[in-house]
Design a protein around this ligand. Sequence first.
Ligand SMILES: *Cc1c(COP(=O)(O)O)cnc(C)c1O
Length: 403
Amino acid sequence: MAEASPLYQTYMRAPLRFERGEGVWLYTEDGDRYLDFAAGVAVNSLGHAHPHLIEALTTQAGKVWHLSNLYDVPGQETLGRRLTEATFADRVFFTNSGAEALECAIKTARRYQFVKGHPERFHIITFEGAFHGRTIATIAAGGQEKYLEGFGPKAPGFDQVPFGDLDAVKAAITEETAAILIEPVQGEGGLRTASNEFLRALRQICDDNGLLLVLDEVQCGVGRTGKLFAHEWAGITPDIMAVAKGIGGGFPLGACLATEEAASGMKAGTHGSTYGGNPLAMAVGNAVLDVVLADGFLEHVRDVALVFRQGLASLKDRYPDIIEEIRGEGLMLGIKATVPNTDLLMAMREEHVLGVPAGDNVIRLLPPLILTVEEAREGLKRIEQAAEHLQGKLKAASSNQGR
Ligand SMILES: *Cc1c(COP(=O)(O)O)cnc(C)c1O
């Protein structure tokens, strides 16, 4: 089967074929159902087949699919205004993906320094364990050797320091530094949270040195941590922010947000995208915000997240040979496994609950934000069964060795 596939063999795909979804559940072709705590890697923020999203997409599909940015595109002004009103930002550029939102953020930061008379300032400080996408620039920003190898010279202008290390940040600043780029909560890197103090200190360092603070909230944004954006917990605002994943609820959509000042270099002709801000994407993005910005929604995320996290913490206490630590924020949680994370992920799959592997031997749990307390409990029960089975296997293996 693998030999016969016409596809690039760039993914290690699980042998599961889903044909439809409903809320937090996915159904296979054979009719088996799985609790989806992967949510397409934090994309299906409102779960599967949400009626409001279906209505928005199908209504727009009957009107116009694509126009290009040669004209005003229905929904762009509305979604742009709603995003700027809800955040620090004054300006928005729409993209189709997270990596493109990061590309726009990087270009905006460099261009800002350029029009300020500092073309030499194009370096961006990034952090170990970061993930910013798979384009030539964003693999350089992420700095992970496994993603850089074999793709020619690493794009210049990215200086990486250890996550959480303020002294290293200060030491890395030179006359060529333009900005600092960080995920408030590292997703792919293993659910590491930048402390509020650290984010505040980065804000201060940027202010003191004429640098821009650029946040990658592609995974942790749009309600995932229980605030609309994760940096709100620290009480700071960035100059530029990349958003994607959850904002589209499953439709490819990203955005780069910036203050008027930070965006001041991005004049006509400096950037563009054929599909960015496409009418279908705008219709869905607006519909996602209808739900996420509704009264009580983020409070619901915080409430259900608390129940889920407490349940996971109790599993950690009961299965220390399987679970080492619970990490993350809101409904962006990680189980750092004591066993190989792939073993636990496999055991969870046998109990029909899906998660996502991450760095540092972590399993990400990124359920749709519409998760109910009952569904969280159902998930906990299944993860417990997975831990129980793995524990049984460990015991059997060790008693075999003793013989
Ligand atoms: C997924 C992700 C990206 C890249 O998004 P794509 O849509 O895959 O290009 C960038 N940054 C973070 C933090 C992500 O989680």
